[in-house]
Design a protein around this ligand. Structure first.
Ligand SMILES: Cc1cc2nc3c(=O)[nH]c(=O)nc-3n(C[C@H](O)[C@H](O)[C@H](O)COP(=O)(O)OP(=O)(O)OC[C@H]3O[C@@H](n4cnc5c(N)ncnc54)[C@H](O)[C@@H]3O)c2cc1C
Length: 314
């Protein structure tokens, strides 16, 4: 099977989800990358993850790249006939995949947690009802199959190192569609580990009671070298920014340890953190659904338990 992975450059390196998808793609067949970026280091890194060929699209500063990227990939598809193109569930990847789907008149299956080849038919797994049910979708449309996968569905591991053949690909003129301009980019200021990459996450829910109490999460996270996360209830209340939201409409995380404080365990939250290594829940309600997925649970008032933990950690 001829598998392509769309990979965007992020801070001079391949976006982490791109490396996860490359790792999966190696299990499915011969791997090529459509790389939206320019850093040479990133290209070498793609080779370390098994990319045999790279189609390189160098974005122009200030231009939103998706329309041009989709048009370029559509041209490459007719010349190279890939069987499957994998995208990550990110803003740019989704933008490109949707436009490519329209250009090629092929379906796109999104939100995938797994993808495999069943006798040459691309079959995609998606989770519904908070991961309690799995849906298998066989893509019987003409190739290429277009699949968008959730971050953290696969663990990124280098392997089958190659020195990829790099082909520079020009952005075709897409007229009006390609005229959207980037007028400003704001990088969110943050301290400590990034939520998506953190080994330990301390997450707070509505049980905190008020915005000021989120400081307890920050203090505990500080002791553990952890990142802080939150539920949508907390984000909607304006206690913390959206960047901290874990769940269906927030981030998907997979730390070694996830500490859920005052979080009920609604399925929309669980879907974003249930694959964490060890889940520790602190909740005063012994029947809270979070305890169904927790490895360790403390039934108690977080306003008493968390300060004790902070104290014990010195
Ligand atoms: C389309 C859609 C998308 C959504 N996406 C997301 C998403 O991405 N992420 C997300 O998180 N939610 C999401 N939600 C919302 C989700 O359904 C829940 O409403 C939300 O997760 C609840 O947040 P919570 O656990 O903080 O609050 P609650 O459900 O109100 O739970 C608070 C918990 O705190 C406990 N508690 C209270 N006081 C204390 C105390 N002193 N000590 C210890 N425990 C205490 C309570 O027993 C309770 O279990 C989505 C909903 C919809 C409809």
């Amino acid at each position: 099977m001829n598998v392509w992975v769309f990979v965007e450059e992020a801070n001079g390196a391949p976006a982490p989800v791109g490396l996860e998808l490359l790792t999966k793609a190696r299990q499915l067949g011969e791997v090529s990358v459509v790389f939206l970026g320019s850093a040479d280091d990133a290209i070498a890194e793609l080779g370390r993850y098994g990319a045999a060929a790279i189609f390189k699209l160098t974005p122009t500063d200030g231009v939103l790249p998706a329309a041009g990227a989709a048009a370029a990939i559509a041209g490459l598809v007719s010349a190279n006939a890939p069987d499957l193109i994998l995208f990550g569930l990110t803003y740019t990847d989704r933008d490109v995949a949707g436009r490519l789907s329209a250009r090629l008149d092929r379906p796109v299956v999104s939100n995938a947690s797994d993808v495999r080849s069943d006798g040459g038919v691309v079959t995609v797994t998606t989770e519904i009802f908070g991961g309690s049910e799995l849906v298998e979708t066989a893509i019987r449309a003409e190739a290429p199959a277009l699949v968008i996968a959730r971050p953290k569905s696969f663990t990124a591991e280098p392997g089958e190192e190659r020195t990829p053949a790099v082909t520079e690909v020009a952005f075709p003129d897409t007229g009006h569609a390609g005229s959207a301009a980037i007028t400003a980019v704001h990088v969110e200021e943050s301290t400590g580990p990034k939520l998506e990459d953190a080994d330990i996450i301390v997450s707070g829910g509505r049980g905190l009671g008020e915005a000021e109490k989120f400081d307890l999460m920050e203090q505990l996270a500080g002791k553990l070298g952890a990142a802080t996360g939150a539920t949508r209830a907390v984000v909607d209340a304006g206690w913390v920014p959206y960047a901290k939201q874990v769940g269906q409409t927030g981030k998907t995380v997979k730390p070694n340890v996830y500490i859920a404080c005052g979080i009920s365990g609604a399925m929309q939250h669980l879907v974003g953190m249930k694959d964490s290594g060890t889940i520790i829940a602190i909740n005063k309600d012994p029947d809270a659904p979070i305890f169904d997925v927790a490895d360790l649970g403390i039934v108690g008032d977080l306003h008493q338990v968390v300060p004790k933990l902070i104290e014990a950690l010195g």
